[in-house]
Design a protein around this ligand. Structure first.
Ligand code: NAP
Length: 305
């Protein structure tokens, strides 16, 4: 039997519909939630992410500012901008698109964002709140994964959950959220011994490595729910052929666009082995944006509502 597809676009649309009502209620009181998206440099993937986030704000009727700075921007200049945005009343959420160019000290930049405006949930105050189970800003991608699981009626309580990846933005907060919902959680990383043996225990497997199609059939417990957070770009025909057994469709897409998106999970294996899975694209990605909108509205309500 073929696995159930967890359609991230549909779930994200449902969340955005719900947000429209909250936004209308805020606007009736003269409050338009506002997001500032800061992009430093010219990373093409980051440019697309920021464009999509600003477009999502526009579609929902949120106020947004897209601020683009040159690659050679200094840490001090970025800190000054963040200080200005912290003080600006029309801005409820500040998002600094990662990765930052190497000369910028991200460890100074992210804590400079007012925790109340930290819609990416990366400020140490918000990370601490998540750790201790207090309300705060939660990173968008793991928050979106919980929405996918909840809204698809996939039980978390008591489930064995394995998260592959331990970044501050995805892996660690993902593990915390699953733990708070009473899963039994294991976190894996690049030094994990016998990864296959660990992931095969998972009822819920979250892959967040950025390693194209590394999770093959052997890594998946039959019937498990597989959430693929990874997004990498394949740009060479050999890579596409190596991953897709029937590569004609993907090769056509590669020719048309110059790249194709691929997750951490082997896209054909997962259909056979899993019980349910998120595709790439159209799985976790749309939720990341929906939760950013949700965090921005939430931040406006808390600060100005
Ligand atoms: P990251 O900071 O590079 O972290 C990657 C993690 O994967 C690290 O913890 C690393 O372990 C682990 N890892 C790498 N190779 C591994 C291997 N062979 N076996 C086991 N673990 C391995 O990346 P990130 O920011 O968390 O993002 C992860 C992926 O999600 C990327 O593809 C990113 O583009 C994607 N992403 C997607 C969305 C979305 O909306 N869909 C949002 C955010 C991120 P170590 O700690 O030991 O190095």
């Amino acid at each position: 039997m073929s696995a159930r597809v967890l359609n991230g676009n549909q779930i994200a649309d449902a969340i955005k519909e719900e947000l429209k009502q909250e936004i209308a209620a805020l606007k009736s009181r003269g409050i338009t939630p506002g997001l500032a998206a800061v992009l430093v440099g010219e990373n093409p993937a980051s440019q697309i992410y920021v464009r999509n986030k600003v477009r999502a704000c526009e579609l929902l009727g949120l106020y947004s500012e897209r601020i683009e700075l040159p690659t050679e921007t200094s840490t001090e200049a970025l800190l000054k901008l963040i200080g200005d945005l912290n003080a600006k009343d029309s801005i409820d959420g500040i998002l600094v698109q990662l990765p930052l160019p190497s000369q910028i000290d991200a460890k100074r930049v992210l804590p400079a964002i007012d925790p109340k405006k930290d819609v990416d949930g990366l400020h140490p105050v918000n990370a601490g709140k998540l750790m201790s189970g207090r309300p705060g800003m939660v990173p968008c991608t793991p928050a979106g994964v919980i929405q996918i699981l909840d809204r698809s009626q996939i039980p978390i309580r008591g489930a064995r959950a394995v998260v592959v990846g331990r970044s501050d933005m995805v892996g660690k907060p993902m593990a915390m959220l699953l733990l708070h919902q009473n899963a039994t959680v294991t976190i894996c990383h690049s030094q994990t011994r016998d990864l296959v043996a660990v992931t095969r225990e998972a009822d819920i497997l979250v892959a967040a490595m950025g390693k194209p199609a590394l999770i093959t059939k052997d890594f998946i417990k039959p019937g498990a729910t597989v959430i693929d957070v990874g997004t990498s770009r394949l740009t060479r025909a050999e890579e596409v052929r190596a991953i897709f057994h029937d590569s004609s469709g993907p090769l056509e897409r590669l020719q048309a666009k110059g790249f194709i998106l691929i997750g951490d999970v082997q896209p054909e294996d997962v259909k056979e082995a899993a019980g349910a899975y998120t595709p790439v694209p159209g799985g976790v990605g749309p939720l990341t944006i929906a939760m950013l909108m949700s965090n921005t509205v939430h931040a406006a309500r808390l600060r100005r509502g």
